[in-house]
Design a protein around this ligand. Structure first.
Ligand code: UT7
Length: 332
């Protein structure tokens, strides 16, 4: 029996129009354009306008993915939305998206994997495709980080941005293309280094949680940095090794965009040249679950990916969660 693989057959992205530069932020907190560029590689980020929610960004990314394609939302079997900034606690953003795009046949759920959410969702969606349970699975990585930032905390508010990316996974019997392997990890002991304490059952919303800014991102940047550099490199190396590849075989590396120094360090450790890496953190900052689908879409639009190319996607984020996905590009 031929093995069914899941392959990406459509992809799209969306970032809000509202551009916020480092200098704009320097008017709000004690920071400088120079500090932000040197320490993170970020020059600007996109921030939603009033009333623009996570599902709005997701829908635009999905529409862009299907633009010019003969595709009807009714054909979708499953929608997975990876996010830590849903429209609301419930219903899931995936259900809201399902309704907005009219994907009447699909079942839908959100997946909380922070910066690794998109890769967790790709691996999950691929299982339903590979087993034949679903024919068309939509995977969205999307976050409105500005909705949970403390714009008085210079150590976090300069690092993140808003955006969304979407891919369609479909079955292929072509053994030369599709998702080859994934490797996912978590270590809950790292949770204390990057988290949003309030809004859940532990600290329900109260005047106190709001006064103490507990509905915002809290991060021990140095600790997260240290783990990110080591583990994103390791998980990239491990997946290559167990599939009999080396970094030399890679056409393109699409890492999570949290800090340019983390990306550069993992490039050095893997021995990859910058031409084979997607970097857009300068323009979008860290959009959490959206960085990888946005990076993939831009690389595709720029003609940097062709059929048969070996791609490695890799992430590290809150949880801690980290992982990699190895794939060969097919027909998009
Ligand atoms: O996607 C989720 C995963 N997240 C990450 O991977 C983020 C990982 N961490 C990082 O990217 C980096 O640790 C940061 C960019 C967050 C910080 O860079 P750093 O080189 O680790 O700086 P630091 O936290 O050690 O801070 C150095 C100094 C401190 O001042 P003192 O204590 O040395 O006087 C900070 O208070 O820089 C200060 N600082 C700032 N100064 C100007 C912190 N934020 C700012 C700022 N502007 N925005």
């Amino acid at each position: 029996m031929r093995k069914i693989r899941a392959q990406i057959t459509a992809l799209g992205m969306y970032v809000p129009e509202n551009r916020v530069t480092n200098d704009d932020l320097a008017l709000m907190v004690d920071t400088t354009d120079e500090w932000i560029r040197e320490r993170s590689g970020i020059s600007e980020r996109r921030i939603v306008s009033d009333g623009q929610a996570n599902s709005d960004l997701s829908v635009k990314a999905i529409e862009n993915a299907f633009q010019g394609k003969d595709f009807r939302p009714e054909e979708l079997d499953l929608i997975i939305v990876a996010t830590v900034t849903p429209d609301m606690m419930f219903p899931s953003t995936a259900c809201i998206v399902q309704d907005k795009i009219g994907a009447r046949k699909a079942w839908s759920f959100d997946l909380s994997g922070a910066c690794s959410g998109f890769l967790y969702a790709v691996a999950t969606g691929a299982q339903f495709v590979q087993t034949g349970m679903c024919k068309k699975v939509l995977v969205v990585g999307t976050d409105v980080m500005s909705s949970i930032l403390n714009f008085e905390d210079r150590s976090t508010c300069v690092l993140f941005g808003d955006g969304a990316g979407a891919i369609l996974l479909e079955a292929t019997e072509d053994e030369d293309v599709g998702i080859i392997d994934f490797l996912l990890h978590s270590d809950g002991a790292g949770g204390k280094f990057l988290y949003m304490p309030a809004g859940g059952s532990l600290h329900p919303a109260s005047h106190e949680t709001i006064d103490k800014k507990m509905h915002c991102v809290h991060q021990d940047g140095r600790n997260v940095f240290k783990h990110a550099v080591k583990l994103i490199t390791q998980v990239s190396r491990d997946i290559l090794e167990r599939n009999g590849y080396t970094a030399d075989d890679l056409s393109l590396y699409v890492p999570h965009q949290a800090n340019l120094r983390i990306i550069q360090s993992s490039l050095r450790r893997l021995g990859l040249s910058p031409e084979r890496v997607v970097i857009n953190i300068d323009r979008y900052a860290n959009t959490t679950a959206a960085t990888i689908p946005i990076g993939l879409t831009e690389a595709h639009q720029q003609g940097r990916i062709k059929r048969g190319d070996l791609l490695l996607l890799a992430s590290f984020g809150a949880g801690f969660t980290w992982g990699s996905v190895l794939l060969r590009w097919g027909d998009v």
